[in-house]
Design a binder for this molecule. Sequence first.
Ligand SMILES: Cc1ncc(COP(=O)(O)O)c(C=O)c1O
Length: 500
Amino acid sequence: MCKMKKLLGSIVSDWSRLQRQMYVTNVVTPDIPVLPPTNHVARKYQGLDYDTVQKIKEAHVVPCIKSLNSKPLLINEAHMQWIYDHTGKRYLDMFAGIVTVSVGHCHPRVTEAAKSQLDKLLHCSNLFQHSTMYEYTKKLVKTLPPHLNVIYLVNSGSEANELAILLARLYTKKQDVIAFNSAYHGGTHLTQTLTALATYKYPRNNAPGIHHAMMPDVYRGIWGGARCRYSPIQTKRYCECPPNQCDATNKFYEQLVNAFQYNVPITGAAALIAESIQGVAGVKEFPRYFLRKAYEMIKSTDGLFISDEVQTGFGRTGDNFWGFEMHGVSPDIVTMAKGIANGLPMGAVATTTEIAQVLTKASHFNTFGGNPVSCAAASAVLDVIKDEELQANCKEVGTYLLTQLSKLRDQFEIVGDVRGKGLMIGVDLVQNKETRVPLNSRHMSHILDSCKDIGLILGRGGLSGNVIRIKPPMCVTMEDAKFTYDVLHHVLTKFQNKKL
Ligand SMILES: Cc1ncc(COP(=O)(O)O)c(C=O)c1O
């Protein structure tokens, strides 16, 4: 009887696996790049039908929620670097839910850690203690420079940046903060003011005390040459700087000095805040030595340096675990979010014991901060990054992909710039190389939609929305990088031949 049950059980499970396999609908067409294989078999979609979702969205969801593609994806399931839509079609996810799925969608170890915590304790608030939060805090501190030994766990990058500015203002007893043009630091009132992209601004008063300095953009900016970046791929601009010197940095630095002189009292600013590589701006890198000089300047006037590592943290840039390390700076405050818990809502602020002390002047509370399930997932994320050597993978796969993509710049008039570090890559599309005028939105959408149709999900950024953003889960392979290049080559060739 028992044997019979076992046999029946295995027939049923084989049958459902077969059904799930039959459900996969990716079509192979000659000349079109084929997705690398996977053993994962997605479940059958059982949610609302596609049209019902669109109707609900139209009627009841805030209209500012926009989709990346003309025909938005309805996602059923995701596994590591793969996404499956409601029809069972598989896609390579090279955008990671906006740089958030750090170690792979539903990574088994992260999922297991979250599930087992969910069984034990889901919430208790930081008025009480639970071990998971303290274990995680200790683990996170170990990844940071020794002076950054105090952590405040929050829920998002915006919250983390809000808190960082509060800390800086209270600690320095100063009000002004300098951020960079084209920065993105969040969507709350204060962080929206820190953000310097018109596309994310509303017509209302800004939060007081925030000023912006010129972003040293070595591709589109006034200055820049072929040796400015800490990156394998440089611009094609002329450069005659001797080794260990960057003229563009010196000139952009004068602009930063001006921003301070014209906006900030002689007593100085509370803080300078910067992303180590600007993300939403379209992967904009600071030229060599610039952030180091900027850091020295703010420190010399007793202000604090805040490093926004929401996108660049956790090994993504390849050479370093934290993006600020490439600039040789030692921040007073580091903010993080997105990939920290592989997609569970979480953010964090790291700072010094002395700076953290200022928060005791009043009560500061965060209901969900340090949530046990998020902490369990975040803890597993750190283990996976280490055990699966994902930082090294970012460097290896990222450098290969960057090098391959730079070939597109030689082949296609509309590829103006390829930039980035590790698995944080931008491909800047233009109307022509000479003028560097951004590719128009219709053409940009056509290119991203065509890639999606072949099975490749890419992101989009930049002030004009003309930069392809490639920031996949850090587990992607060389084969995935090759597929990404092949698809882009295929789509750009078609685009060029059709002259759309
Ligand atoms: C660099 C950076 N900082 C802060 C934020 C805000 O994070 P959140 O959306 O979690 O509030 C983002 C979000 O894209 C970001 O890219």
